[in-house]
Design a protein around this ligand. Structure first.
Ligand code: ARG
Length: 254
C-alpha cells in the first residue's frame, strides 16, 4: 500500500514537472475545451486554408465537440508523430484518417469509424494502374500509413519511397520520380480533379479500411462520449451533410 502510494505520488510529481496531463472525460468536461490534433496536409480530409485547419475531418470534429457542449482547440502535428504524441498525452483526441489496424490498436483506442474507404493505386496514363502491374515499379507513399504497409507487401516492386506527407508522394508521381502512388480513394479522387491536366488516373483498390478518431488507450469515458457525439451527428444528418459538402456523396460506413 505504501509502495503504491509512493509510486502514485512520484507519478504525480513527474506529470506536474513535465506539464503533461492525462485528461480523462471529467477533466475535459471541466475545462470546457477538447484538445484535438490533426495533420493538415491530407486534402480534402484535413488541410490548411491559409493558417486555418479545414476539411471533412475538421468539420466532423467541430460538430462532435458542439454536440458534447465543448469548445475545440486544435494542434497540428506531422502524421507520423500523432500516435506517439497521444501516448505522451499531448492532446485528447486525434482525427487524421487513421485506419484501424491491430498494430495501432496495441497503442491507441479507435472510436466508431467516421468513414469507410481504402487504398487505391494512382498512376499516369500508361503507368501501372493494376495491382498486378506493380512488379518492377517504384511506389510512392506517405510514411507510417496503411498505404506504406500495403506498398511493402507488393511482391516484386522495385522500390518503395516514403514521404513525410501524402501530398509529397503525389508531387513525386507528377514529377515522374515514382511510377505509382498508393493513397486513399477519396484523396485520389480529389487529386485527379485538381490535377486534371496532368493525365493521372485512378486504378485498382488494394485494400479497404475503417477510419476513426484515436485517443489514449483505456480512456474509456472519453471514448464513450466521442462515440455518443458521433452517433448524434449521424442521427441528425450532420455527418452526411459534411460528407456531401466535401465528397458529393456519403462516405460513412454502412
Ligand atoms: N488512412 C491511412 C492510414 O490509416 C492514411 C492516413 C493519412 N492521414 C493523414 N492525415 N495524412 O494510415
Amino acid at each position: 500500500m505504501r509502495a503504491i502510494h509512493t509510486f502514485a505520488l512520484a507519478l504525480g510529481l513527474v506529470c506536474a514537472a513535465t506539464g503533461v496531463q492525462a485528461r480523462d472525460w471529467a477533466a475535459v468536461k471541466q475545462s470546457g475545451t477538447l484538445i484535438a490534433a490533426s495533420e493538415g496536409a491530407y486534402p480534402p480530409f484535413n488541410y490548411f486554408q491559409g493558417s486555418r485547419l479545414t476539411g471533412y475531418e475538421i468539420d466532423v470534429m467541430e460538430a462532435v465537440a458542439k454536440k458534447l457542449g465543448l469548445k475545440l482547440e486544435w494542434r497540428a502535428l506531422a502524421f507520423d508523430a500523432l500516435i506517439a504524441s497521444i501516448r505522451q498525452d499531448r492532446f485528447d483526441v486525434a482525427i487524421a484518417s487513421h485506419g484501424y489496424t491491430e498494430e495501432r490498436a496495441k497503442s491507441v483506442d479507435f472510436t466508431t469509424p467516421h468513414y469507410c474507404s481504402g487504398g487505391q493505386i494512382v498512376a499516369k496514363a500508361g503507368g501501372p494502374l493494376k495491382a498486378t502491374e506493380l512488379t518492377g515499379k517504384t511506389l510512392g507513399v506517405q510514411l507510417a500509413t496503411t498505404y506504406a504497409e500495403a506498398a511493402k507487401k507488393v511482391s516484386g516492386a522495385k522500390e518503395v519511397k516514403t514521404y513525410p506527407k501524402d501530398t509529397d508522394a503525389l508531387q513525386a508521381l507528377l514529377g515522374g520520380r515514382v511510377d505509382a502512388w498508393i493513397t486513399d480513394r477519396f484523396v485520389a479522387k480529389n487529386a485527379l480533379a485538381k490535377n486534371s491536366a496532368e493525365g493521372i488516373k485512378g486504378g485498382d483498390m488494394v485494400f479497404v479500411e475503417r477510419v476513426s478518431m484515436i485517443h489514449r488507450k483505456g480512456n474509456n469515458e472519453l471514448h464513450e462520449q466521442l462515440n455518443k457525439g458521433l452517433a448524434a451527428i449521424k442521427a441528425d444528418g450532420t455527418l452526411k451533410a459534411i460528407s456531401e459538402k466535401y465528397f458529393q456523396e456519403d462516405i460513412s460506413c454502412t
